[in-house]
Write a protein that binds this ligand. Structure first.
Ligand code: BG6
Length: 516
């Protein structure tokens, strides 16, 4: 047990060199009355406070158009926390948060809102010794990102002076394609310097995702075989069992590819495929990830036709009965051509990965919620087994399970007991919860903590966001030009359209069957 605890401390000191309270600053949330704030941000701030990871000189300011004041906002916050906290709420921690929380009402495009915010922040600086340090979290609809930053600039709220810091976290979606992402980057940089901009991708806050670097570069065993000589293919799956729920309004205009691939799936790919950085410093890590994205072979329209698959769910069956078709979901067009499933075959054309396909798939209304990266190794030669009952040997597979049941499993062949040589598949498994216990979290804690600390390692740089869009842009364009007439093409509660199986079958491969 002791050795496990020592290892755990070492790991955290690699990722967070000082996992101690960070503080001195006001955390300002724009769009505070929205879903993200109550479901993720407030519970995350609570978890940070409960874990004693926030210093005393911290305060919180909510900006929204909800017509509230300090008192009514505080009451709402306490109520939301009771509903959305990831564990039991300790009243002392809740009160600690509530008593340093303030509210500013106003429209995001009204200069008067920023005047009021400026005054509130001066009061907060005095009362809580926040020292002029400010983290602005833009948890609003994307149309407001640029106007808010521009207004913050005009009101001189993001100028760094006298040694203080001013940072802005920008939520996704960051643009809707390459052109709009570039335009947004340009607009933000009119007011902010690149190092003040923290583009969030919440997948990078997930524990197993952060562990990929430690697993690869903190162990000697895997890196020597982490290349085209030993690896046959890599499969990245992000499957969701839910449908679009109440988000049809946004999702029907966006689609699965935009929603998931340029950000979450490509970030996972970059972590798996990157070269070792020279340090855990933000720039060193982000540069290596950027190199992988740059090495992804651009897709021509012809290639899109053979390397990209889209799907939309029809009616189907889930554990609790009948599931509605996507076209019958609220706020979705009755003839919608929007995809709810996407699969891609990508080539990372560099010395480590040439000829190793990276297969990506993601979709809504899959049989279960699971995100994993499966590294499939090459088959061994069968010469030795010619005179046995073994007619083929399976590939060794290393599975990095991102969620749920976070962990890592290594699957390999072993002799089945008995006088004859027969081979079966067995697994060695590491499960986070069994080894370290489970600490319920939203996944945003590390990201907020890092931003207060000024560590941008887990955030996306401007060029990375643009490269993500550049990779999917040809697919978006072709799919837009040639709408799919066969929708719906997979049943809700199934693993997606047959064309996704075809995509691998053409290469003599299959998707990994995901066990329970
Ligand atoms: C979001 C997407 O970025 O990620 C959602 O907009 C998706 O459509 C969600 O459901 C998945 O995140 P997680 O953490 O639940 O896997």
């Amino acid at each position: 047990m002791d050795s496990i605890h020592t290892a755990a401390q070492d790991v955290s000191s690699l990722v967070n060199p000082v996992a101690c309270p960070v503080g001195t600053g006001a955390i300002v949330i724009f769009g505070a009355a929205g879903d993200l704030t109550k479901r993720k941000l407030i519970p995350s701030l609570y978890n940070l406070a409960a874990g004693k990871l926030l210093g005393d000189d911290v305060a919180f300011v909510a900006v929204a158009r909800a017509g509230l004041d300090d008192a009514s906002w505080r009451a709402k916050q306490a109520e939301d926390l009771a509903t959305y906290a990831t564990g039991e709420v300790d009243p002392a921690v809740r009160d600690w948060i509530v008593e340093r929380t303030y509210y500013v009402d106003g429209n995001f495009d009204d200069a008067a809102t920023y005047e009021r915010l400026g005054q509130k922040l001066l009061e907060v600086d005095k009362r809580h010794k926040t020292n002029g340090n400010r983290l602005f979290y833009l948890a609003t609809a994307p149309d407001f990102f640029a106007p808010i930053v521009e207004n913050l600039g005009r009101a001189k709220l993001v100028q760094q002076e006298n040694g203080n810091w001013r940072r802005v976290i920008v939520e996704k979606p960051f643009g809707t394609d390459l052109e709009t992402a570039r335009a947004l980057n340009k607009e933000l940089r009119r007011t902010l310097r690149e190092e003040q901009i923290y583009r969030i991708d919440h997948y990078l806050g997930k524990e197993t995702v952060q562990n990929i670097m430690v697993f690869r570069f903190g162990n000697c065993m895997f890196e020597p075989i982490w290349n085209r000589r030993y690896i046959d293919n890599v499969q990245i799956t992000v499957a969701e069992s839910i449908g679009v729920e109440s988000r049809g309004g946004y999702y029907d205009g966006a689609g699965c590819l935009r929603d998931m691939v340029p950000n979450h799936l490509l970030q996972l790919l970059a972590l798996v495929a990157m070269e070792p950085p020279t340090s855990f410093e933000a720039e060193a890590v982000r540069e290596e990830k950027a190199k992988v994205l740059r090495a992804i072979q651009p897709m021509s329209p012809e290639r899109v036709l053979t390397h990209a698959v889209r799907g939309q769910y029809g009616t189907g069956k889930g554990a609790n009965g009948k599931l509605a078709a996507y076209r019958h979901e609220p706020k979705v067009g009755a003839n919608s051509h929007t995809e709810t499933y996407a699969a891609l075959k990508l080539a990372v054309d560099n010395w480590r990965w040439a000829d190793v396909p990276f297969y990506l798939r993601t979709g809504k209304r899959m049989p279960r919620r699971v995100s994993e990266i499966a590294i499939q190794f090459r088959r061994p030669p069968t010469l030795l087994f010619r005179n046995t009952e073994v007619d083929h040997l399976s590939r060794n597979v290393l599975v990095i399970r991102v969620q749920p049941d976070e962990g890592i499993a290594l699957r390999f062949g072993a002799k089945l007991p008995g006088p004859n040589v027969r081979v079966g598949n067995v697994a060695m498994e590491f499960k986070y919860s069994e080894t370290f216990g489970s600490t319920p979290s939203t996944g945003y804690e590390t990201l907020i903590y890092d931003c207060i600390k000024g560590d941008a390692t887990l955030f996306q740089r401007a060029d990375m966001v643009e490269m993500g869009w550049a990779i999917v842009n040809p697919v978006l364009e072709l799919w837009h030009a040639l709408p799919e007439h066969e929708f719906p093409n997979y049943a809700a509660g199934s693993w997606g359209p047959w064309a996704a199986d075809e995509l691998l079958a053409r290469d003599g491969r299959t998707w990994r069957e995901i066990e329970d």
